[in-house]
Design a protein around this ligand. Structure first.
Ligand code: SF4
Ligand code: SF4
Length: 290
C-alpha cells in the first residue's frame, strides 16, 4: 500500500486514543540536531540556561529522543515523510516504557513528530509525564512538531508539558488560503489557525526559550510569497517575535512532478515574511534549494 485512498483521517482510527499503546519508531539524535527549532531552542543555542539547558551554548554531548509516529490526520500531497504509510516501514504497537526506558542522563529533549503526533496525543501526553517523572530534578524538554489540528483539550496538555519543561510546540502552517489547504492537505486549516492563536496567548507565561514556533513548506507554484506573506502577517499580528522557518520543498509523494524550491523563491518568501513584520525568520533545508 503506497498511500491510503481517503483524504481524511488517514491511519488515525486504530490506536490513536490509547494512552498505553503507540505506533512509532524512535532514535537518539545527538544535539545540536537538524530540528525545525534548533536555531532558537536550548538544544541548538543554549538559551534558557541553566533552568532549561545543560549548556550555555549548543548542547554537545547530549541527545534528543526523536519519536516518529506512524500516523497523521492530514493527507498532504507534498508529504515529505510519507514513507510511514508503506508496509516496509517498521511498525508495532508499543507501551510508554519503550520510550521512558530510553531516557537517560544524556537525554535533554523528546521531540514527537512523524507523521504527526495528533492521533497519538493521549499516548504522548501520558508517556511525557512518566518521562518527566523519571528525570525529576534534571532537564528534559518536551517538544512537538505538528499540523496543529488537535482537540483543544488535548492542546492544553501539550502546551502545559512544553511550558513546564522548557520545550516548544512547532506548528506547520501549510497555507493561508483555506481552499488551497483543502486541495493540498484534504482538510481545512481553521482548527490549526485557531489552535495557533490560542497558544500565542500563552507566550507571556514563558517568553524564553521560545515556546511557540511556526514553519511552512515553500511548495513551488502553490505556496509562494503571497501565501507566505499572509501567514506571516497572521503570526506577526499575534506576536512579531514568534520564530518562523521557511522550509525548502523536495519532490515527494504525490508531487514528484514539481521542481525543488528555488533560491529565488526562497528569497522572495523570506522578504515577504519580514515585510509582514516578523523579526525572526529563517530559511531551512538550504541544501535542497536549487
Ligand atoms: S526537540 Fe526541542 S529542544 Fe530538542 S532540538 Fe528540537 S526544538 Fe530543540
Ligand atoms: S506533511 Fe505532515 S501533516 Fe501532511 S500528511 Fe505528511 S506528516 Fe501529515
Amino acid at each position: 500500500m503506497g498511500f491510503c485512498g481517503t483524504r481524511l483521517n488517514v491511519g488515525t482510527k486504530l490506536i490513536g486514543g490509547r494512552p498505553n499503546e503507540g505506533n512509532f519508531t524512535w532514535y537518539d539524535d545527538p544535539l545540536p540536531t537538524n530540528c525545525v527549532g534548533d536555531w532558537v531552542c536550548p538544544g541548538g543555542t543554549g538559551c534558557g540556561y541553566p533552568e532549561y539547558s545543560y549548556s550555555k551554548k549548543a548542547e554537545y554531548g547530549y541527545k534528543n529522543q526523536a519519536v516518529f509516529f506512524h500516523s497523521c490526520t492530514f493527507n498532504c500531497l507534498f508529504c515529505q515523510n510519507w514513507h510511514y504509510r508503506t508496509q516496509s516501514t517498521k511498525r508495532g504497537k508499543k507501551g510508554p516504557d519503550f520510550i521512558v526506558n530510553g531516557v537517560d542522563e544524556r537525554t535533554a529533549c523528546i521531540c514527537y513528530f512523524g507523521g504527526d503526533p495528533t492521533p497519538h496525543l493521549p499516548y504522548a501526553i501520558h508517556t511525557s509525564k512518566l518521562a518527566l517523572e523519571k528525570k525529576k530534578g534534571g532537564i528534559l524538554r518536551i517538544c512537538w512538531e505538528t499540523n496543529g489540528a488537535m482537540n483543544p483539550k488535548l492542546l492544553e496538555k501539550v502546551a502545559e508539558l512544553s511550558l513546564i519543561s522548557g520545550g516548544c510546540v512547532k506548528f506547520d502552517l501549510k497555507t493561508w488560503d483555506e481552499g488551497l489547504h483543502f486541495a493540498l492537505c484534504g482538510v481545512s486549516n481553521s482548527w490549526t489557525l485557531a489552535n495557533f492563536k490560542h497558544l500565542a496567548g500563552l507566550l507571556p507565561k514563558r517568553p524564553d526559550p521560545p515556546f511557540l514556533l511556526a514553519s511552512t513548506l515553500m511548495v513551488p507554484g502553490y505556496v509562494d510569497e503571497l501565501e507566505i506573506g499572509q501567514i506571516a502577517a497572521f503570526i506577526a499580528s499575534l506576536n512579531p517575535d514568534i520564530p518562523y522557518s521557511l522550509l525548502a520543498f523536495h519532490p515527494q509523494f504525490q508531487m514528484q512532478d514539481l521542481p525543488p524550491t528555488s533560491r529565488k523563491q526562497a528569497q522572495r518568501c523570506l522578504e515577504a515574511a519580514r515585510s509582514a513584520g516578523l523579526r525572526r525568520v529563517k530559511v531551512g533545508n538550504l541544501h535542497l534549494l536549487t
